[in-house]
Design a protein around this ligand. Sequence first.
Ligand SMILES: C[S@@+](CC[C@H](N)C(=O)[O-])C[C@H]1O[C@@H](n2cnc3c(N)ncnc32)[C@H](O)[C@@H]1O
Length: 227
Amino acid sequence: MNSFTLERVARATKKFVRKAIGCSCLEDYSVEKRRMMWSMVKPLEKRHIHNCKLLEDRLKMLEYMPKNAVCAEIGILRCEFSESILEITQPSKLHLIDIDPNAINIAKEKFKDKIASGQVEVHLGDSAATLMAMSDNYFDWTYVDGDHSYLGAKRDLEASRLKLKTDGLIAVNDYVYFSVSDFKKYGVLEAVNDFCINHSFEMLFLAFQGRSYNDVVLRKITSEIAI
Ligand SMILES: C[S@@+](CC[C@H](N)C(=O)[O-])C[C@H]1O[C@@H](n2cnc3c(N)ncnc32)[C@H](O)[C@@H]1O
C-alpha cells in the first residue's frame, strides 16, 4: 500500500470508530451538512467599506492608531501584542484585560515599571463587564481579541462602543469565519458585520495576517456620502 492509500484507510477507520462510539467530529460531516450548520454572514454595504484601506499586517495597523491615547487590549494571552501597542502607539494609558490569571501574571511581571508609573493597568475578569465598569466617553480605541464566539465578540464590541469617545476606534482581531488553528468556527466575522450594520460603523482598515486571522478597525459613520 502506498502512503496515500494508507492515509485514506486510516481516516476511514477513525471515522468508523468515531461513529461506533457516537462521537462524530467536523471532518465526518458532508459539505452540505457543514453549510447548513453555519449560516451565511450578513454582507456589508458600500457605505461600510468605501473608506477602507488595506494594510500588510497588524503592526502596520498600529502605526495608524492614535498616539498618546487611552486604550484597552481585550484578551492579552502572553502580552506580545501589548508590547507592540506600547512601543508603536505610546499610549498615555493602556488597560490590559484578561479572564485568565496566568495572562494577568505575565502582564504584571512584564510591565512592572509601567504599572507602577500608571501607564499600564491590568484587569482580571470578563472583558465586557470590565469595560462596562469604566467611565463613558473614555477610550480613544480598544483592541478586541478575547472571546471569539459570536456572543462573546458581540458583547465586547457593544461594551467598547458604549465606552468610546465620539471619534473613537474599535480594532478587532480574528475577523475570520473559521479558525484553522482551533479547527472550529469563530463568530467574529458575523459579530463585526452585524455590529457595522446595526450601529452604522464603517471599516477604516483591514490588516492581513498569514493564516487569515485578519484585523479590522471600525469607526462610527459620521457623514453619508453619495456613492
Ligand atoms: C487570542 S488570545 C489574545 C492574544 C493577544 N491579543 C495577542 O494578540 O497576542 C485570547 C485571550 O482572551 C482571553 N479571554 C477569553 N475570553 C475572555 C473574556 N470573556 N474576558 C476576558 N478575556 C478573555 C483568553 O484568556 C486569552 O488570553
